[in-house]
Design a binder for this molecule. Structure first.
Ligand code: FMN
Length: 191
């Protein structure tokens, strides 16, 4: 059986690695209640590394991330975002931002229509990494009107748009993953 190397120099079988990755995807679920235990800096970096490992259109990597761990800042933001009240009891949040305008090789600016796609891929990677690290997390929407609120609150410049605020911490609840498997949603070759 093939063995692969993992962090910490331990070796697990390829089969076990595949199962672990798929289990992580299938058991992730949104967590909205957190203990007050801070998230260690090494874990924060692992989350950000996972985010930046996501695929992006033309490999443009248009993202920037604002890490929130200041109680007053997070409480103030929670007061402005109706659907992100759980920020008040989380020790960490990551605001995922994307450059809506990029500069081409000819020096001309172009409208980056892919920033949402790219930032969504980074967001899912961060959610999955959080779950793998034993953290809980929830994607809270911060686009459009809500994005303007977040940008103003955090001083995010105009050439960046925000996609979401990922609220993160050690879980204080144990929600069960939802079964979303619906074979009738799958079509082969033709609808
Ligand atoms: C684009 C998007 C926006 C979301 N916005 C919020 C939000 O503002 N507040 C919230 O509590 N959850 C939000 N969620 C989390 C969803 O409610 C959650 O993913 C969904 O109910 C499925 O549950 P699961 O994540 O446990 O599988 C959002 C998820 C996505 C993908």
């Amino acid at each position: 059986m093939a063995a692969i190397s993992c962090a910490g120099n331990t070796h697990i079988s390829q089969e076990a690695a595949q199962k672990a990755v798929l289990d992580n995807i299938m058991t992730r679920t949104s967590v909205r209640q957190f203990t007050d235990q801070p998230v260690p800096a090494e874990m924060v970096e692992q989350l950000l590394r996972a985010g930046m490992a996501a695929p992006t259109a033309m490999n443009s990597q248009p993202w920037e991330f604002v890490v929130l761990n200041d109680r007053a800042t997070m409480d103030a933001l929670a007061g402005k975002l109706r659907y992100a009240k759980m920020l008040t009891q989380a020790p960490l949040a990551i605001v995922v931002c994307g450059k809506n305008t990029l500069i081409g090789r000819n020096g001309e600016p172009w409208d980056n229509i892919f920033w949402v796609d790219d930032c969504a891929a980074a967001t899912e990677n961060i959610l999955l990494a959080a779950h793998a690290l034993g953290l809980g997390a929830v994607w809270t929407a911060a686009k459009d009107d809500r994005g303007e609120i977040v940008k103003e609150a955090l001083g995010i410049p105009d050439d960046l748009s925000t996609l979401c605020v990922i609220v993160i911490g050690f879980p204080a609840e144990n929600p069960q993953p939802k079964d979303k498997w619906k074979p009738e949603k799958i079509h082969y070759n033709k609808y």
